[in-house]
Design a protein around this ligand. Structure first.
Ligand SMILES: *[C@@H]1O[C@H](CO)[C@@H](O)[C@H](O)[C@H]1NC(C)=O
Ligand SMILES: *[C@@H]1O[C@H](CO)[C@@H](O)[C@H](O)[C@H]1NC(C)=O
Ligand SMILES: *[C@@H]1O[C@H](CO)[C@@H](O)[C@H](O)[C@H]1NC(C)=O
Ligand SMILES: *[C@@H]1O[C@H](CO)[C@@H](O)[C@H](O)[C@H]1NC(C)=O
Length: 355
């Protein structure tokens, strides 16, 4: 069909134009303007409109951050800080310094997410580190900027929030190694984590057998491989909180470790307990050899200033050890001398190893 009538064509054009204009107008009217908070740094986004129950929107920005930080095999290292831990001259600085002083481990800093639990911690983090993640305010109802009191309600709440975040990381398909920020790193810890392990954890008490569930885990330093079974493990771990009196996630894990990993368990999580000879701590300073040390944890230590002072000393001992000429180390080894750590001066008297 052809229209030869020019007026009619003009009418059709006008009609189309009006329809399009009306349509656009309607679209605009119904469109919600972009929210102001969409322009804020990711962690503060999606706070109010994410109080819903969707798992997807929990920990906004995390799914975008993970691929930037993860290693080729989709593993991230996670630590967490509050303002007191993150401020200049505090634990975060020492922690990061240990990666530079350690044996070829500074590249791990490119795979480290520092989770800040308050906005000031986030600001401190951003000034020294590439990958900082601020916990959304919905996850931190309490003032956590000075929560270093190990038994306070705020602290206990926080450790469970961290576990929730870790579950989310696994759900997104990333394995993680969580490390407390009061742990110094010296060597690559992954060398000690077995290929078969679903989970590898440092210990407060180590039976001597990496597969023995009777060891007491210390989840200040632990690795979890991303599998469907470990996602389920973290779900059950978090759910178990309701079955016990209020407690830290580490103690609840200890209560349910046989359910998760025992021979009768349906999950059969393969847990590896890490030898304190490599993953040491102040609780039981085994005077172990710097020649094989991977990490040192300032646990069993009350008071931030004490902790910082003793960790700084540990780092100094390590630096002295590393600058020692290889020939001298060899000679010392041949003479049966090992390079033990000094007892921490301020953090109390550690257990003395019986042998
Ligand atoms: C969130 O995830 C948990 C565990 O994966 C699941 O039980 C729950 O139903 C999920 N909630 C929603 C709203 O999807
Ligand atoms: C949180 O605690 C810190 C240290 O005690 C304090 O300086 C800060 O003002 C508190 N913040 C809020 C919002 O209460
Ligand atoms: C893990 O779970 C997802 C979703 O339920 C499923 O698609 C996938 O096949 C599972 N993978 C394995 C190895 O069981
Ligand atoms: C490191 O070695 C120097 C020189 O021997 C010594 O003065 C210093 O106390 C040592 N530092 C530590 C932390 O042991």
């Amino acid at each position: 069909m052809e229209f030869h009538d020019g007026n009619f064509r003009r009418f059709v054009k006008l009609w189309i134009a009006t329809t399009i204009a009306l349509f656009l107008l309607l679209m605009l009217a119904s469109q919600r303007w972009p929210r102001l908070d969409a322009m804020l740094p990711s962690p503060w986004r999606a706070t109010k409109h994410n109080t819903g129950n969707s798992n997807e929107t929990n920990f906004a920005g995390l799914a975008e951050l993970l691929p930037k930080v993860a290693t080729d095999d989709r593993t991230v290292i996670i630590t967490s800080v509050n303002e007191a831990f993150a401020r200049p001259g505090s634990l975060l600085g020492l922690f990061r310094e240990s990666f530079h002083a350690g044996e070829r481990i500074d590249h791990f800093l490119d795979h480290l997410i520092v989770v800040a639990v308050d906005p000031m911690a986030y600001r401190h983090c951003r000034s020294v580190h590439r990958f900082c993640y601020l916990l959304p305010p919905t996850k931190t109802s309490m003032n956590l900027s000075s929560a270093s009191d190990f038994m306070s309600d705020a602290y206990v709440e926080l450790v469970w929030t961290k576990l929730e975040l870790q579950q989310r990381v696994l759900q997104l398909g990333y394995s993680f190694l969580f490390t407390d920020v009061d742990i110094l790193w010296f060597r690559d810890p992954f060398r000690h984590i077995g290929l078969h392990a679903d989970m590898a954890t440092s210990c407060d008490v180590y039976s001597g057998d990496p597969d023995d569930l009777n060891s007491l885990p210390n989840t200040g330093f632990y690795y979890v491989k991303a599998t469907n079974r470990t996602v389920e493990m973290l779900r059950r771990w978090r759910a178990a909180r309701r079955r016990f009196p209020p407690d830290h996630e580490q103690n609840i894990f200890n209560h349910i470790k046989h359910e998760l990993a025992g021979a009768d368990s349906d999950l059969r999580i393969r847990v590896q307990f890490l030898d304190p000879a490599h993953f040491g701590g102040f609780c039981q300073l085994f005077h172990n050899d710097m020649a094989t040390a991977c990490t040192m944890h300032a646990n069993c230590c009350v008071g931030m200033a004490n902790k910082i002072s003793d960790l700084r000393d540990v780092l100094g001992q390590w630096k002295n050890y590393t600058v020692m000429p290889p020939a001298e180390k060899k000679k010392a080894n041949a003479a049966g001398r090992s390079f033990g750590w000094r007892d921490p001066a301020k953090c109390g008297t550690p257990d003395k190893r019986p042998q």
